[in-house]
Design a protein around this ligand. Structure first.
Ligand code: ACO
Length: 334
């Protein structure tokens, strides 16, 4: 049975650093509140001229370089984002245009917010295991900053998010002990409105009124923070147990966790409940905030660059977010 592995990883974050103290000048908040509640110290904000697909392009080039591959080696692109350059088409085709214009590979956009990258990895693995493709580029990229309500009214959400991109190359492996072991994915649409952006919406008739566009709170992300927090801890623990059961291992066997970065306290609680030592993970939320679909590939890239991912390690990736959607992928690093 063919298996697949991550053969390279890369990332890109905009150079503009926005510290908590910079936000203090824009809204009623404090560095102390933000750090205490979320762990975030600073985040990156994109500047005019930057795009979600463009940042994905930079991350992709770095991932291909890390894997020793060229753009024309790619057989397929999967692009996870909730902040595409255009409402349609998706950002994947723009990446194809700029990365491998001569090779008209398929490009699939995944709209699954914080779990988008985990869902995308499962698709890449399935494509490779069936023999359909041999080299799949999986990208997560987001520009949140220009869509946030940067005011005291929007502070519960706007202090949490940052911009960034990450990418990995997924390829077959002949090593039966390496690569993906389990993918466990879930959704619970009952809670869609606990974390969402309502407008523009196809359920409004007309969708937009010419000359009468009132930008109210429905155009900004709204979040029931406490409810999301509690569900995130519960579901992330559950899904890791589930993935471990499917792979025939125990949570305590996990050597390294790459968790979605929504809140450092969520990740600490998840590890504590699973009895996994806190030093078996790498949190990047301090530097980048929540970059949604990009947090996991950024985490993989930073962990790889710091030498924290070693051949043979049992690695768990886990995330939870809007939808609700959540999931975990277990793999033997190689
Ligand atoms: N600065 C200062 N005060 C603030 C801020 C801020 N930025 N934001 C809110 N407050 C105030 C509130 O108004 C409230 O004041 P009150 O007590 O006078 O009413 C007080 O701080 C406490 O607010 P809470 O919401 O109770 O704070 P909590 O401890 O729950 O932390 C947080 C809030 C950080 C948002 C937390 O609930 C959380 O992280 N939730 C989960 C986020 C998450 O996982 N999101 C999913 C991924 S995102 C995606 O999928 C797109």
């Amino acid at each position: 049975m063919l298996k697949s592995r991550i053969s390279g990883a890369g990332m890109f974050v905009p150079p503009k650093v926005v510290k908590n103290t910079d936000l203090e000048k824009l809204m009623e908040t404090s560095d102390e509140w933000i750090q205490q509640r979320s762990g975030i110290q600073e985040r990156r904000w994109a500047e005019p001229g930057m795009t979600t697909s463009g940042m994905g392009l930079e991350a992709s080039k770095a991932a291909l370089n890390d894997a020793g591959k060229k753009p024309d080696d790619i057989d397929a692109i999967i692009f996870a984002t909730l902040s595409p350059d255009m409402n349609f088409p998706g950002s994947g085709v723009l990446l194809q245009k700029n990365l491998c214009p001569q090779k008209m590979v398929p490009a699939l956009d995944v709209r699954n917010q914080c779990s988008g990258f985990l869902y995308s990895l499962s698709i890449a693995d399935a494509w490779i295991r069936t023999g359909m493709y041999k080299c799949v580029l999986v990208v997560g990229s987001e520009i949140h900053s220009n869509g946030l309500d940067i005011s005291t009214e929007g502070r519960d959400v706007s202090v949490l998010f940052g911009d960034g991109a990450g990418a990995v190359v997924v390829e077959p492996t002949s090593d039966v002990n390496a690569g993906f072991l389990a993918h466990n994915l879930h959704s619970e649409g009952e809670h869609a409105e606990r974390l969402c952006i309502l407008r523009p919406s196809s359920s409004d008739f007309p969708r937009l009124t010419k000359g009468d566009m009132k930008i109210d709170r429905t155009f900004f992300a709204q979040m029931d923070g406490k409810f999301v927090f509690k569900n995130a801890v519960t579901r992330m623990c559950e899904v890791i147990h589930e993935a471990c059961k499917d792979a025939g291992v125990k949570p305590q066997d996990i050597d390294f966790v790459i968790a979605h970065q929504a809140n450092m306290r969520i990740n600490q609680m998840v590890l504590q409940q699973l009895e996994i030592p806190q030093d078996k993970t790498l949190n990047t939320i301090q530097k980048y905030g929540n970059t949604t679909a990009a947090t996991i590939p950024i985490g993989i890239t930073e962990a790889k660059r710091q030498g924290l991912l070693k051949k043979g390690q049992l690695v768990a990736m886990v995330g939870f977010g809007s939808g609700f959607t959540w999931g975990a992928n277990l793999m033997r690093w190689s």
